[in-house]
Design a protein around this ligand. Structure first.
Ligand SMILES: C[S@@+](CC[C@H](N)C(=O)[O-])C[C@H]1O[C@@H](n2cnc3c(N)ncnc32)[C@H](O)[C@@H]1O
Ligand code: SF4
Length: 396
């Protein structure tokens, strides 16, 4: 196939997702484990049998496609872990397997998460040739002391070099930063954020540091050895982030994700708009419509156990549950209200079998936490920091 006729290598175009179908592929390995991270990521000093994992990915893709045939894939996301540690030929083979079992949209978005420590120009050219057309880089901070404290193996300059390589190879790239870090002042974050915006193209993910259970940061925090900004400072950092990004043309389209108009990550929109997606690889989650019924799926988390299961059973599923209407409606609300565009209340009513309660909407609206604009219900700037409580109230 020539470069332009192959939808996996042709330049991406921007369209609305419509009824999208996404494929998430999880690569569960990293060079080292960051002390704040509770993702399903593992270090294997003895190396990984990548060819064996590839065969298992191909097997699981075939099994999933047999359950939900006839879909057209609009987005593919290689997440991790650190998928940039995969050989470009492995990525190409996984994309081939997806294209063998499902149709691929002509404007398919194919994102790969990359850690700056595993970014080299040749590798990135290989990912591009394989069909990846968007990368998301884990920069985390533009400050060497902070990077060390976060346990990162790269410096700020190395991260910026990786951004330059991404820019040279991909029309679409994004990078992640973590803020509300220990001792981070609003003034310091302002400087760092402005620098990041200068380096960004169309998309930035800006996450507040979360102290996750069972991580080294959790233990340090519990022992009083890791002090994170108090609630007021965190709120000030959040407000500043919203103001600066909006003023610079990268407003939040989701709590932690910022993009120029039309440049949102379409794969993540599949989750937040509650469309259908397949989860492939260890610990991947999916939402599949099988025989007209939406199901929640999840695979075995432990990489080697997942591998054995796929080799023995042809898939790694450990959860495959039909969802009740009420569960679907709650999930739709939980995901959709993260978005600045909010939700269509009619879709909630169709899923739940009853509309949202007018009185609750009026009460939360009266508190300035939600609003209805052009028939869509959305959370206000003041409501976003209280999102969980707002959703719980609406769904109750
Ligand atoms: C699965 S990681 C993928 C990127 C790649 N592995 C890396 O670290 O460069 C996705 C992102 O989640 C964010 N993240 C992970 N743990 C976090 C935490 N405890 N608090 C805030 N953000 C976190 C980081 O910004 C990270 O880039
Ligand atoms: S933040 Fe990224 S590199 Fe660090 S352990 Fe998590 S997935 Fe791996």
């Amino acid at each position: 196939m020539s470069e332009n006729s192959n939808p996996l290598t042709a330049p991406p175009t921007q369209t609305d997702t419509g009824e999208a179908f996404g494929v998430y592929v999880h690569w569960p390995f990293c060079l080292s484990k960051c002390p704040y991270c509770d993702f399903n990521s593992h270090v294997r000093h003895g190396g990984i049998d990548e060819a064996r994992f590839l065969r298992a990915f191909e097997t699981e893709i075939a099994a999933t496609a047999a359950r939900v045939p006839g879909r057209t894939v609009s987005t593919i996301f290689f997440g991790g872990g650190t998928p940039s540690l995969m050989a470009p030929t492995t990525v190409a083979a996984i994309l081939d397997a997806i294209g063998k079992h499902w149709a691929i949209a002509s404007d398919v978005e194919v994102t790969l998460e990359a850690n700056p420590t595993s970014v080299e120009a040749t590798r990135f050219r290989g990912f591009r040739a394989a069909g990846v057309n968007r990368v998301s880089l884990g920069v985390q901070a533009l400050d060497d002391t902070a990077l060390k404290e976060l346990g990162r193996l790269h410096t700020a300059q190395e991260a910026l070099d990786a951004v330059a390589i991404a820019r040279a190879n991909f029309e679409r790239y994004s990078f992640d930063l973590i803020y509300a870090r220990p001792r981070q002042s609003p003034a310091a974050w302002r400087v760092e954020l402005l620098r990041a915006i200068d380096e960004a193209a169309e998309h930035l993910s800006l996450y507040q540091l979360t102290i996750e259970q069972d991580t080294p940061f959790f233990a340090l925090h519990a022992a009083g050895k890791l002090i994170v900004p108090d609630d007021d400072t965190a709120r000030a950092l959040y407000d500043m982030t919203q103001e600066i990004t909006a003023a610079r043309g990268l407003p939040a389209y989701e709590i932690s994700n910022h993009a120029r108009p039309g440049a949102a990550c379409r794969h993540n929109l599949v989750y937040w708009r509650y469309h259908e997606y397949a989860g492939i690889g260890p610990g991947a989650h999916g939402r599949l419509v099988v025989d007209g019924r939406r199901r929640a799926t999840a695979t075995e988390r432990r990489p080697e156990a997942w591998l054995s299961r796929v080799e023995a059973d042809g898939h790694g599923l450990v959860t495959d549950d039909p969802l009740l209407r009420s569960e679907q409606a709650d999930e739709f609300l939980l995901m959709g209200l993260r978005l600045a565009e909010g939700i269509d209340p009619r879709r909630y009513a169709a899923l739940a079998g009853h509309p949202l309660e007018e009185q609750r909407i009026a009460a939360l609206g009266g508190e300035g936490l939600i609003e209805t604009v052009d028939g869509r219900l959305r959370v206000t700037r003041a409501g976003f920091p209280l999102l969980d409580a707002v959703v719980a109230d609406l769904a109750a």
